[in-house]
Ligand binder design. Structure first.
Ligand code: ADP
Ligand code: ZN
Length: 515
C-alpha cells in the first residue's frame, strides 16, 4: 500500500504537508487522532486518504449541509466514490444511497450529526464495515468552543458502538480548554494531537480607528485595481448599505448575508469565485468552505465578536500564499455594540463570550505585534515580532517591565493560580476589600507590591503579558491566570519582559490615525 501513490492518483499532489503523513499512518494503525490545523491547512486529506486505503467505508460527520455537498462533488470529480446523507434529501434517494453502501460501493459517507446518532441509522451502520470515523468541525462538541452545537453532544455514542474504529477529530480552533474538552466529549482521551502552525505570514495585519471608514475604504479599493476583496460587516443592513454605496461610486460590489435565499447567495458566491464580482460586503455567513485563492484583501468594517471568527475571516485572503492585506476598523462604540448584541442573547455561555470579545478588543487596542497576539491566542508562542503588522511597522516605545511582570506572576503563583484580573490587581495594589480579606490575600508577600501603578495601568500591563504569552488564562476555571513555561523563566530572571507605556485610549487612537 503506497500512500504517495494514492496522493498522486486521487489528489494530484507529490508531497504531504506537515503532519499529514504521520496522521495518515496513525489512522491506518487504527489509532485515534486529533488534528488542529487552520482553515485551508489540509485537514480533509488526513481522513480522506486513509479512507481510500482502508477496507470498508469511512464516515465523516460534518455540520454544514452546503459544505458536505461541495466536498462530495469535489471528491467525485477526483474519482472517489463519496456520498452524503442528511434529512434534506428525499427518502428514495436516501434508500438508494443505503443500497450502495451495503453493496460496498461507497468509500466515504458524509453524515449530519443528528442523523449519525439516530439509533436506526447506527443499526444500519452496524451492518457495514466502517473503516474510520472523522468528526469535522469538532469544536462544535465543546461548550468552550465558539460554536457549540447541541447535536454534537451525543457523538460519544458512536465510540460506544464502534470501539475498534479509529476516530479523527478535526478543527481549526485550538484553544487549550476546547482541545481538552473535545477529547473528553468524544471519548478519545488516548488520541494523539497534532497542531499545525496558525501563522499566515503573507497576511499583513492592520488596525485603524473607526472613523471615516467609507472614505478610507473607497480610497483603498481605488488603489487596488481589480483585486478581489471581502468586507465583513456586522449586520445585514450594513452589508447592503455599504455595497449600495460602493456601487453608486462605480465599484463592482455585491452583498451577501444569511437573509438572502439560497439561490441568490450561491450566485453571488459563484460570481465572486469567477472574478465577475470584485468586492463582497458580507456577514460572517460568507466564506464557509469557499476556496478562492486570489482574495487580495479582507477588511473588517466592525469589530468581530471573537478571535476565532476574526482569524477565519482574514484567513480567506491570500490562500495562494501571495502577499495580501487585512484591515480592522475599531472604535470603542463597536465594542459596546457587540456587548449589547451579546446581552440580548440568551444562554449561559455569555460570560465566556464576553471574555472572548474582551480578547478581541485587546487585539484591536494592543501595542504589541498583532501576529504575536493572534498566535498566542491559539497557544502558539513566538519569540519574534512579525514585521508585517502595523505595530511592527510603527513600533511604540517600550520600557523594561520585567519587575512588574515578576510581581504579577508571583502574586498569581502565591494565590495558587486561582485569581482573575480584578483580584490580581487588588492584590498588587494592596486594596483591602471584602474579597481580598475573605481569602486572606492581604497576608501575601506581594500584597501591595504594585502600589505605584494605577488600576488601568496594571490592567494594561497584565493584558500585554497575556498577549505576549507570558501568562495563560483558563476560561474554564473562573478566568484565572495560569503560570506557563515562559512565566517561569521570567520569574527566575532568565528572560525579560518589555512593556509599552500605558496611554489612555483616546491618545492611542489619535496617534494611530496620524500614521
Ligand atoms: P481545511 O479542511 O483544513 O480547511 P482542506 O482540506 O480543504 O483544508 O485543504 C485546503 C487546500 O489545500 C485544498 O485545496 C487541498 O486540496 C490542498 N491540499 C491539501 N493537502 C495538500 C498537499 N499535501 N499538497 C498540496 N495541496 C494540498
Ligand atoms: Zn507584528
Amino acid at each position: 500500500m503506497d500512500k504517495k501513490k494514492y496522493l498522486k492518483q486521487y489528489w494530484g499532489y507529490d508531497t504531504f504537508r506537515p503532519h499529514q503523513e504521520t496522521i495518515v499512518d496513525l489512522v491506518l494503525q487504527k489509532k485515534d487522532v486529533m488534528v488542529i490545523m487552520p482553515t485551508g491547512g489540509g485537514k480533509s486529506l488526513c481522513y480522506q486518504l486513509p479512507a481510500m486505503i482502508m477496507e470498508g467505508m469511512a464516515i465523516v460527520v460534518s455540520p454544514l449541509i452546503s459544505l458536505m455537498k461541495d466536498q462530495v462533488e469535489a471528491l467525485k470529480a477526483n474519482g472517489i466514490s463519496a456520498e452524503f446523507y442528511n434529512s434534506s434529501l428525499p427518502s428514495e434517494y436516501l434508500m438508494s444511497i443505503e443500497r450502495n453502501c451495503l453493496n460496498g460501493n461507497v468509500k466515504i459517507l458524509y453524515v449530519s450529526p443528528e442523523k449519525v446518532v439516530n439509533t436506526g441509522f447506527i443499526h444500519f451502520l452496524e451492518r457495514l464495515r466502517i473503516s474510520l470515523i472523522a468528526i469535522d468541525e469538532a469544536h462544535c462538541v465543546s461548550f468552550w468552543g465558539h460554536d457549540f452545537r447541541p447535536e454534537y453532544a451525543q457523538l460519544k455514542r458512536l465510540k460506544d458502538f464502534f470501539p475498534n474504529v479509529p476516530f479523527i477529530a478535526l478543527t481549526a480552533t485550538a484553544d487549550k480548554v476546547t482541545r481538552k474538552d473535545i477529547l473528553a466529549q468524544l471519548g478519545m482521551e488516548e488520541a494523539e494531537t497534532f497542531i499545525s502552525s496558525f501563522d499566515r505570514p503573507n497576511l499583513s495585519l492592520k488596525v485603524l480607528p473607526g472613523r471615516d471608514r467609507y472614505k478610507y475604504i473607497s480610497n483603498f479599493i481605488s488603489k487596488r485595481g481589480t483585486q478581489a476583496g471581502i468586507i465583513y460587516c456586522l449586520s445585514r443592513k450594513e452589508c447592503e448599505k455599504l455595497a449600495g454605496k460602493l456601487r453608486e461610486n462605480g465599484f463592482n460590489a455585491e452583498f451577501y448575508h444569511a437573509g438572502m435565499d439560497a439561490d441568490a447567495r450561491s450566485k453571488v458566491q459563484e460570481n465572486f469565485i469567477k472574478d465577475e464580482i470584485q468586492i463582497i460586503c458580507a456577514t460572517i455567513a460568507f466564506g464557509m468552505g469557499i476556496d478562492k485563492p486570489n482574495v487580495r484583501w479582507v477588511i473588517h468594517y466592525s469589530l468581530p465578536k471573537n478571535m476565532e471568527n476574526f482569524y477565519q475571516e482574514i484567513g480567506r485572503a491570500g490562500r495562494d500564499g501571495l502577499a495580501s492585506d487585512t484591515i480592522l476598523f475599531y472604535s470603542f462604540r463597536d465594542y459596546t455594540w457587540q456587548l449589547e448584541l451579546l446581552e440580548e442573547k440568551t444562554g449561559e455561555r455569555k460570560e465566556l463570550q464576553r471574555a472572548k470579545l474582551e480578547r478581541m478588543k485587546q487585539y484591536a487596542e494592543a501595542d504589541i505585534c498583532r501576529r504575536r497576539i493572534l498566535l498566542s491566542y491559539f497557544n502558539e508562542n513566538t519569540e519574534k515580532d512579525c514585521g508585517n503588522c502595523d505595530v511592527c511597522k510603527n513600533p511604540p516605545s517600550r520600557f523594561e517591565g520585567t519587575v512588574y511582570a515578576q510581581k504579577a506572576l508571583s502574586a498569581i503563583a502565591r494565590a495558587n493560580e486561582k485569581i482573575a484580573l480584578g483580584m490580581l490587581i487588588d492584590i498588587l495594589r494592596g486594596s483591602m476589600n471584602k474579597n481580598v480579606l475573605e481569602k486572606g490575600y492581604q497576608q501575601m508577600k506581594t500584597f501591595g507590591a504594585g502600589k505605584d501603578l494605577r488600576y488601568e495601568e496594571w490592567s494594561e500591563y497584565i493584558m500585554q503579558m497575556l498577549n505576549m504569552g507570558v501568562i495563560d488564562i483558563a476560561y474554564d476555571d473562573g478566568h484565572s491566570f495560569k503560570i506557563n513555561e515562559k512565566s517561569k523563566s521570567v520569574l527566575k530572571g532568565e528572560s525579560s519582559v518589555s512593556l509599552v507605556k500605558f496611554r489612555p485610549m483616546a491618545e492611542k487612537m489619535a496617534e494611530m490615525s496620524e500614521k
